[in-house]
Ligand binder design. Structure first.
Ligand code: ADP
Length: 497
């Protein structure tokens, strides 16, 4: 472990907090107190105790942030050359890498995830800025052939001020996933992190500023969804809203945006299947399905939260999976166990309620099924990795997103039935397929209704791979070159000559 990390972890366990954490909004290139003067506490899920406080933003702060973004759009950012945008984003990637250990530790404390998971998120955020830095000066239009009497071309222009509403499960990397392409395309931004996990986005705003981003181009304000998120998405100066979160809130965001005819990208929930066929590499598939659901304590919209398995290997597979799940350690994220905490007590209660209800009606809990604590302190918000076996297709554990370390197992008698089961939920975010038969895999990939399909490796792909959902999982794609689409619009210019 690096010396920086050792010192910060020591400081945290000795004092219950860290020095120099951000506590105000970052608006127009500076730290800025909330108009209301109120603050919101933020909790360490690994202990269940508050360790920092941030501004409780409201409509007045939103107005200020959007005005700053609007002014920067018209007066500064529009005039910055694409190559210079690219250099700023490249420097931001370097800034993230330079500060990686502190960022990961803050993320780990705010979210509850393990330090290694937080480090992975920070690496992926740096990579997002690097990737879109490379695109900033390559956003070209087309020339349109209309014959000798006309000259016609398209020009890709930035949409304008963009709003980013961020969830609590991947606070830092989701902020980067929206900001990097928006800034690359020449947009300005106002970002609101989730009230449970506000800190890393504020640190990101500071890093962008230090990388040379002009004042007002990226503004981060903290606060609750009702007080800060709602006025942000309803602001008529906002030209695009990028939202990641629950289906219910996504629908509210879309309705608010509709009043201003503002476009939205919605990345919502999922109930993604891991379809395991009898001819798979069993050992590899067990390990992969395990991490498809238990990474980030299952708090991943694209988690493989349903196992659909062919009957002939069902018994052996579930037995091996349960053995591995029982070996996984829970604990405070900074101690780097296998599985970290659940980010909020509210979410922990929600997960518990699902599992308690399942137990009451006699569902087979193969492993887990209860809350946990950090083994050294006896504190924190944890849930054991849990496998629930043999569920029917209409069971609520199959149909509803739990957003925790709970795997619902469904048994299929054929590949055809596996496909029917895979598609039989209201969601369409991701799917995993495990088989040695590439034809079966590609046929399933063709027929599964999901935004991304992983074959023989759950979460395969990276920053370069477009990501988004179908059905209730939302629409629009982030990451990859497609991720730029939300932030650019084409203008055609045609001249009679
Ligand atoms: P959860 O219910 O799991 O906390 P949400 O989807 O409600 O998830 O939250 C995702 C993000 O949406 C958070 O940043 C939250 O503050 C924000 N949010 C919640 N309600 C609204 C709203 N009405 N308008 C805009 N943003 C909101």
């Amino acid at each position: 472990m690096s010396r920086v990390a050792e010192a910060l972890i020591g400081e945290y366990f000795a004092s219950g907090t860290l020095a120099q954490l951000p506590s105000r909004h970052f608006i127009n290139g500076q730290w800025c107190s909330p108009a209301s003067g109120r603050q919101l506490e933020t909790f360490d899920p690994g202990t269940g105790r508050a360790f920092a406080a941030v501004a409780a933003g409201d409509a007045e702060d939103v107005e200020l942030a959007v005005a700053a973004a609007d002014k920067a759009m018209n007066e500064t950012w529009r005039k910055v050359l694409p190559v210079e945008r690219s250099r700023i984003l490249q420097r931001a990637a370097e800034g993230i890498r330079t500060n990686a250990e502190r960022l990961a530790i803050v993320e780990c404390l705010d979210n509850g995830k393990t330090l290694d998971e937080a480090r992975g998120d920070v690496r992926s955020a740096a990579r997002l800025f690097e990737y879109y830095a490379g695109a900033a000066d390559k956003l070209q239009g087309d020339s349109i052939p209309l014959g000798p009497d006309y000259v016609s071309f398209t020009h890709l222009e930035p949409v304008g001020v963009t709003a980013h509403i961020i969830p609590w499960n991947y606070p830092f990397s989701t902020a980067a996933r929206g900001l990097a392409p928006a800034l690359a395309a020449g947009c300005t931004a106002v970002l609101k992190p989730a009230e449970q996990t506000p800190l890393s986005a504020l640190l990101l705003a500071e890093i962008l500023h230090q990388a040379g981003l002009p004042a007002g181009v990226c503004n981060v304000l903290t606060g609750t969804g009702a007080e800060a998120g709602a006025p942000l998405v309803a602001n008529p100066k906002v030209c695009h809203v990028t939202f990641t979160g629950s289906v219910g809130t996504g629908s509210l965001v879309m309705q608010a945006a509709a009043r201003n005819i503002t476009s939205v990208t919605l990345e919502l929930g999922g109930k993604s299947p891991a379809v395991v066929l009898a001819d798979c590499d069993l050992e590899a598939a067990v390990e992969d399905v395990l991490w498809g659901i238990f990474s980030n304590a299952g708090q991943i919209c694209s988690a493989g939260s349903r196992l659909i398995i062919e009957r002939s290997i069902h018994g052996e597979f579930v037995e091996r999976l349960a053995l591995r799940a029982a070996q996984l350690t829970l604990g405070h994220g900074l101690k780097n166990p296998h599985i970290g905490a659940i980010t909020s007590l509210e979410q922990l209660n929600k997960i518990s309620a699902y599992v308690d209800e399942a137990k009451k009606r006699g569902v087979n809990v193969v492993v887990g099924g209860a809350r946990g604590v950090d083994p050294q302190s006896g504190e924190g918000w944890f849930f054991q990795p849990t496998v629930l076996d043999n569920l029917g297709p209409m069971d609520r554990l199959v149909q509803e997103e739990i957003f925790g370390p709970v795997l619902a197992v469904q048994v299929a008698d054929s590949v055809e039935e596996a496909l029917l089961l895979a598609n039989a939920t209201p969601f369409g975010l991701a799917a995993g397929i495990y088989t040695r038969d590439i034809t079966k895999a590609l046929r399933l990939a063709r027929d599964i209704d999901a935004g991304q399909v992983y074959i023989n490796e759950y979460f395969a792909g990276g920053v370069e791979t477009p990501f988004g959902g179908n059905k209730l999982s939302g629409f629009g794609r982030e990451k990859g070159l497609e991720g730029l689409g939300s932030y650019c619009r084409s203008k055609s210019v045609t001249a009679r000559i």
